[in-house]
Design a protein around this ligand. Structure first.
Ligand SMILES: Cc1cc2nc3c(=O)[nH]c(=O)nc-3n(C[C@H](O)[C@H](O)[C@H](O)COP(=O)(O)O)c2cc1C
Length: 217
């Protein structure tokens, strides 16, 4: 769907998710992440960029596993420490994963995806048309109940900062793995919150599309 149609539907309160594509599992067990190897860091930094043209083909499960671990995974199991920082280690940013077959939430401890809604919310995750068909949208959501130790006036800013760190991890992973990605803030917040059935303490922060760059499929 093109951007103008989305804007018009959004104004009328009619921008909604589509039915799921394929089989929707309640839980997706991810293979253990490959947390070794990859491109040297300085080379990944040299290659980091935003891209906005994607092939529709699904990412392999191992790739999904590795990129979710890069964004929100546990890298110090003894402490429950994550690959990205958070203020006072609140770990308040929940990583939602919009796949054609459903909307899932990444569970870092179990390294699984838990079904949140058996709908395809990709179209609602951004005004730009490529989000409808790119295979994966990450959606960063702040859970304000996890930020009770953070002064109230700072909570939103800190959550955006934490989501930004997670998104940069994804950028670097994508540079290393030869994938395309773009972080996005231009979406209909009301329509997406509704499509995701977010609660009163949950705040949409950012979205990020990931896939194979067009022409590389
Ligand atoms: C907070 C934030 C919001 C952004 N929102 C969008 C967006 O909605 N759509 C988009 O295509 N790019 C978006 N971008 C990506 C920027 O346009 C991009 O990073 C910038 O043009 C620089 O290009 P580069 O990332 O390739 O260096 C956003 C970037 C940031 C940091």
């Amino acid at each position: 769907m093109n951007t103008l149609t989305k804007l018009a539907l959004g104004l009328m309160g009619q921008l909604g998710p589509r039915p799921p594509v394929g089989t929707t599992a309640g839980t997706i067990e991810l293979p253990p992440p490959h947390s070794g190897g990859g491109m040297p860091l300085m080379e990944a930094l040299r290659k980091r960029e935003s891209q906005r043209e994607f092939e529709p083909n699904a990412l392999p499960q191992q790739t999904l596993s590795d990129l979710l671990w890069a964004s929100a995974g546990i890298n110090r199991p003894d402490l429950g420490g994550r690959t990205a920082p958070s203020a006072m280690n609140s770990q308040e940013v929940q990583l939602y994963v919009a796949l054609p077959q459903g909307l899932y939430r990444y569970e870092p401890t179990a390294h699984t995806l838990q079904l949140e809604a058996a709908t395809d919310v990709r179209r609602v995750s951004g005004y730009q048309d490529f989000v409808d068909t790119a295979p994966l949208d990450l959606i960063y959501v702040a859970d304000h109940t996890r930020m009770r130790l953070v002064p109230a006036a700072q909570r939103e800013a800190y959550a955006f900062a934490a989501a930004g760190a997670m998104a940069e991890n994804v950028y670097l992973y994508c540079a290393s793995a030869g994938l395309a990605t773009v972080i996005r803030a231009w979406f209909d917040r009301q329509a997406l919150s509704q499509a995701m059935d977010l609660g009163i303490d949950e705040q949409l922060l950012l979205a990020q599309t990931v896939g194979t760059a067009k022409g590389n499929g």
